[in-house]
Design a protein around this ligand. Structure first.
Ligand code: GTP
Ligand code: MG
Length: 149
Protein backbone atom coordinates (compact mmCIF):
# COMPACT_ATOMS: atom_id res chain seq x y z
CA UNK A 1 0.00 0.00 0.00
CA UNK A 2 1.10 3.51 -0.73
CA UNK A 3 2.50 5.69 2.05
CA UNK A 4 3.12 9.44 2.19
CA UNK A 5 5.03 11.70 4.57
CA UNK A 6 2.94 14.63 5.81
CA UNK A 7 4.38 17.25 8.16
CA UNK A 8 2.82 20.13 10.07
CA UNK A 9 5.33 22.98 9.77
CA UNK A 10 6.24 25.26 12.72
CA UNK A 11 3.53 27.81 11.83
CA UNK A 12 0.91 25.05 11.78
CA UNK A 13 2.03 23.88 15.23
CA UNK A 14 2.02 27.44 16.62
CA UNK A 15 -1.41 28.11 15.16
CA UNK A 16 -2.97 25.02 16.70
CA UNK A 17 -3.63 23.21 13.42
CA UNK A 18 -2.08 19.84 14.32
CA UNK A 19 -5.35 18.22 15.37
CA UNK A 20 -7.25 19.47 12.33
CA UNK A 21 -4.60 18.23 9.91
CA UNK A 22 -4.44 14.80 11.53
CA UNK A 23 -8.23 14.68 11.58
CA UNK A 24 -8.59 15.38 7.86
CA UNK A 25 -6.37 12.43 6.93
CA UNK A 26 -7.92 10.17 9.55
CA UNK A 27 -11.48 10.97 8.47
CA UNK A 28 -10.63 10.59 4.78
CA UNK A 29 -9.85 6.94 5.47
CA UNK A 30 -6.07 6.93 5.62
CA UNK A 31 -4.30 4.82 8.22
CA UNK A 32 -1.77 6.45 10.55
CA UNK A 33 1.42 4.38 10.75
CA UNK A 34 3.88 6.98 12.12
CA UNK A 35 3.56 10.17 14.18
CA UNK A 36 5.97 12.34 16.12
CA UNK A 37 6.86 15.87 17.14
CA UNK A 38 10.45 16.77 16.33
CA UNK A 39 12.91 19.67 16.43
CA UNK A 40 15.41 18.17 14.02
CA UNK A 41 17.75 21.10 13.38
CA UNK A 42 19.20 22.69 10.26
CA UNK A 43 21.23 19.74 8.91
CA UNK A 44 18.23 17.43 8.91
CA UNK A 45 15.96 20.06 7.35
CA UNK A 46 18.55 20.75 4.65
CA UNK A 47 18.51 17.04 3.83
CA UNK A 48 14.72 17.03 3.69
CA UNK A 49 14.66 19.96 1.24
CA UNK A 50 17.98 19.09 -0.53
CA UNK A 51 16.34 19.33 -3.98
CA UNK A 52 15.69 23.05 -3.36
CA UNK A 53 19.20 23.98 -2.12
CA UNK A 54 19.95 26.15 -5.16
CA UNK A 55 16.80 28.27 -4.79
CA UNK A 56 17.01 31.88 -3.58
CA UNK A 57 14.35 31.16 -0.95
CA UNK A 58 16.26 28.14 0.48
CA UNK A 59 17.91 29.93 3.48
CA UNK A 60 14.56 31.50 4.40
CA UNK A 61 12.84 28.13 4.03
CA UNK A 62 15.35 26.44 6.36
CA UNK A 63 15.10 29.16 9.02
CA UNK A 64 11.28 29.00 8.80
CA UNK A 65 11.34 25.20 9.19
CA UNK A 66 13.87 25.51 12.04
CA UNK A 67 11.79 28.10 13.95
CA UNK A 68 9.99 25.55 16.15
CA UNK A 69 8.92 21.95 16.41
CA UNK A 70 7.21 20.17 13.54
CA UNK A 71 4.83 17.21 13.63
CA UNK A 72 5.64 14.49 11.12
CA UNK A 73 3.34 11.66 10.18
CA UNK A 74 3.04 8.80 7.74
CA UNK A 75 -0.35 8.01 6.24
CA UNK A 76 -1.07 4.82 4.35
CA UNK A 77 -3.81 4.05 1.85
CA UNK A 78 -4.96 4.27 -1.74
CA UNK A 79 -3.21 6.97 -3.78
CA UNK A 80 -1.87 8.50 -0.54
CA UNK A 81 0.83 10.64 -2.22
CA UNK A 82 -1.26 12.33 -4.89
CA UNK A 83 -4.42 12.60 -2.81
CA UNK A 84 -2.36 13.92 0.11
CA UNK A 85 -1.07 16.73 -2.10
CA UNK A 86 -4.64 17.57 -3.16
CA UNK A 87 -5.68 17.68 0.50
CA UNK A 88 -2.79 20.10 1.27
CA UNK A 89 -3.56 22.36 -1.70
CA UNK A 90 -1.26 24.26 -4.07
CA UNK A 91 2.16 25.40 -2.76
CA UNK A 92 0.98 29.04 -2.96
CA UNK A 93 -2.01 29.25 -0.60
CA UNK A 94 -3.58 32.02 -2.67
CA UNK A 95 -3.88 29.46 -5.47
CA UNK A 96 -5.08 26.63 -3.20
CA UNK A 97 -8.62 25.30 -3.32
CA UNK A 98 -10.45 26.76 -0.28
CA UNK A 99 -11.40 23.24 0.83
CA UNK A 100 -7.73 22.29 1.12
CA UNK A 101 -5.58 22.76 4.23
CA UNK A 102 -3.48 25.59 2.77
CA UNK A 103 -6.54 27.11 1.09
CA UNK A 104 -8.34 27.16 4.42
CA UNK A 105 -5.52 28.29 6.72
CA UNK A 106 -2.71 30.10 4.87
CA UNK A 107 -1.97 33.18 2.77
CA UNK A 108 1.75 32.98 1.91
CA UNK A 109 3.99 30.41 0.27
CA UNK A 110 6.60 30.98 3.00
CA UNK A 111 4.05 30.19 5.75
CA UNK A 112 2.04 27.42 4.15
CA UNK A 113 1.45 25.29 7.25
CA UNK A 114 2.18 21.78 5.94
CA UNK A 115 4.38 19.56 3.80
CA UNK A 116 3.47 16.55 1.70
CA UNK A 117 5.65 14.18 -0.36
CA UNK A 118 5.40 14.88 -4.09
CA UNK A 119 6.14 11.40 -5.51
CA UNK A 120 6.00 7.82 -4.23
CA UNK A 121 9.80 7.63 -4.52
CA UNK A 122 10.35 10.84 -2.52
CA UNK A 123 7.80 9.66 0.05
CA UNK A 124 9.90 6.56 0.72
CA UNK A 125 13.08 8.68 1.03
CA UNK A 126 11.36 11.12 3.42
CA UNK A 127 9.92 8.29 5.53
CA UNK A 128 13.43 6.81 5.92
CA UNK A 129 14.82 10.25 6.82
CA UNK A 130 12.16 11.10 9.42
CA UNK A 131 11.35 7.61 10.75
CA UNK A 132 14.64 5.67 10.68
CA UNK A 133 13.27 3.61 13.59
CA UNK A 134 10.50 2.28 11.34
CA UNK A 135 6.72 2.50 11.28
CA UNK A 136 3.79 0.78 12.98
CA UNK A 137 2.07 -2.13 11.31
CA UNK A 138 -1.58 -2.66 12.27
CA UNK A 139 -4.84 -3.82 10.73
CA UNK A 140 -7.56 -1.20 10.60
CA UNK A 141 -10.98 -2.46 11.70
CA UNK A 142 -12.47 0.11 9.30
CA UNK A 143 -10.73 -1.30 6.23
CA UNK A 144 -13.81 -2.91 4.67
CA UNK A 145 -15.85 0.22 5.35
CA UNK A 146 -13.34 2.41 3.51
CA UNK A 147 -12.51 0.10 0.58
CA UNK A 148 -14.94 -1.87 -1.59
CA UNK A 149 -12.19 -4.44 -2.21
P1 GTP B 1 6.34 21.07 0.48
O1 GTP B 1 5.18 20.15 0.67
O2 GTP B 1 6.70 21.86 1.72
O3 GTP B 1 7.54 20.33 -0.10
O4 GTP B 1 5.85 22.15 -0.58
P2 GTP B 1 5.61 21.94 -2.14
O5 GTP B 1 6.03 20.57 -2.56
O6 GTP B 1 4.22 22.34 -2.40
O7 GTP B 1 6.59 23.01 -2.78
P3 GTP B 1 8.19 22.89 -2.99
O8 GTP B 1 8.66 21.53 -2.60
O9 GTP B 1 8.48 23.40 -4.34
O10 GTP B 1 8.73 23.95 -1.94
C1 GTP B 1 8.95 23.60 -0.58
C2 GTP B 1 8.52 24.75 0.29
O11 GTP B 1 9.39 25.86 0.03
C3 GTP B 1 7.12 25.30 0.02
O12 GTP B 1 6.10 24.58 0.67
C4 GTP B 1 7.24 26.70 0.56
O13 GTP B 1 7.13 26.73 1.98
C5 GTP B 1 8.66 27.06 0.18
N1 GTP B 1 8.68 27.76 -1.11
C6 GTP B 1 8.50 27.25 -2.34
N2 GTP B 1 8.57 28.20 -3.28
C7 GTP B 1 8.79 29.35 -2.62
C8 GTP B 1 8.95 30.70 -3.03
O14 GTP B 1 8.90 31.03 -4.20
N3 GTP B 1 9.19 31.62 -2.02
C9 GTP B 1 9.24 31.28 -0.71
N4 GTP B 1 9.45 32.23 0.21
N5 GTP B 1 9.08 30.01 -0.29
C10 GTP B 1 8.86 29.07 -1.23
MG1 MG C 1 7.85 19.74 -2.04
Amino acid sequence: TEQTYIMVKPDGVQRGLVGDIISRFEKRGYKLVGLKMATPGKDHLEKHYADLSSKAFFPGLISYMNSGPVVGMVWEGRDAVKTGRVMLGATDPLKSDPGSIRGAYALEVGRNVCHGSDTVENAQKEIKLWFPEGLNSWTSAAYNWVYEK
